[in-house]
Design a protein around this ligand. Structure first.
Ligand SMILES: C[S@@+](CC[C@H](N)C(=O)[O-])C[C@H]1O[C@@H](n2cnc3c(N)ncnc32)[C@H](O)[C@@H]1O
Length: 260
């Protein structure tokens, strides 16, 4: 059964193409599972679990894991792919748990929970036992700057208002302050560039926009979508198209914090 907490109403994810074209997101999350270092029998919550690849990896290392995601399509795919595991639909801003967890894990998802980051952190705090770990990686300040600049210019050139972007990409200082204020001790915080090959996205920037900027794209008149995306490719190409293919200009924030 798919239980449902509040679902973010603006969320549009193509769960079908996520693994085939954007499976690199989970693949690049493997070192984060090492940082989590799940132990036999401990309870772990995977927040923004997507199609469940890392949830399954955590389970294989012996933990009891629950995956939560705001997208019903992602949860359906996770349930189909990993029938032995528990997944529920829920919003990072207002999920609740019956029994607290030893750790909350989150890969490439917190920057999507942008309505109120403090609320998300407070929920995670509430979901943990004292001493529980919050291990996560998310987009940091400057993430996808060239992709976003290409989008803004293309939208403007087509006479459209600049897109409302759905992400929150904090600086390390800003996010550490939020964590500390909410009752976490920050044990590790890394902020680094991670140029990421878009190997499975033949059209490059426009494929990325279709998958990750579905909400701003949905507000574009249908006849403008294709020319707009072609222009995004043209504008992004000088910065992001290399001889070996397209590279996304990812900047990541990775942290380990402990509930005080
Ligand atoms: C880029 S995917 C990452 C998925 C997975 N963690 C992985 O590593 O492949 C981001 C996920 O965050 C989820 N998400 C976005 N906003 C959310 C919210 N407010 N509450 C819960 N999940 C959310 C999306 O549905 C999506 O599955």
């Amino acid at each position: 059964m798919v239980l449902q907490y509040g679902t973010p109403s603006t969320m549009r994810w193509n769960a079908k193409t996520y693994d085939s074209s954007f499976g690199y997101v989970s693949a690049l999350g493997a070192p984060l599972v090492d940082l989590l270092d799940p132990r036999q029998g401990e309870r772990v919550l995977d927040l923004g679990c997507g199609t469940g690849a890392l949830t399954a990896e955590i389970s294989m290392r012996g933990a009891q894991v629950l995956g939560i995601d705001g997208s019903p399509a992602m949860i359906e795919k996770a349930l189909a792919g990993y029938p032995g595991l528990d997944f529920i639909v829920g919003d990072g801003h207002d999920f609740g748990v019956a029994e607290p967890y030893d750790a909350v894990f989150s890969n490439a998802a917190l920057h999507w929970m942008s309505r109120d980051p403090d609320m998300v952190i407070a929920n995670v705090h509430e979901a943990l036992i004292p001493g529980g770990r919050f291990i996560a990686e998310m987009g940091g300040a400057g993430n996808c700057a060239a992709l976003i600049a290409a989008m803004s210019t293309a939208w403007r050139e087509h006479g459209l208002r600049e897109p409302d972007l759905p992400w929150y990409f904090p600086t390390p200082a800003e996010y550490a302050q939020r964590l500390e204020k909410a009752g976490f001790t920050v044990r590790l915080l890394e902020y680094f560039d991670r140029p990421t090959p878009l190997d499975e996205c033949p059209a490059g920037a426009s494929d990325w926009v279709r998958m990750f900027a579905g909400t701003p794209l949905a507000n574009v008149p249908a006849d403008l979508v294709e020319p707009l995306l072609r222009r995004v490719d043209e504008l992004a190409a000088p910065a992001l198209r290399t001889e070996s293919g397209w590279m996304a200009d990812y900047v990541r924030l990775r942290f380990a914090a402990v509930r005080r």
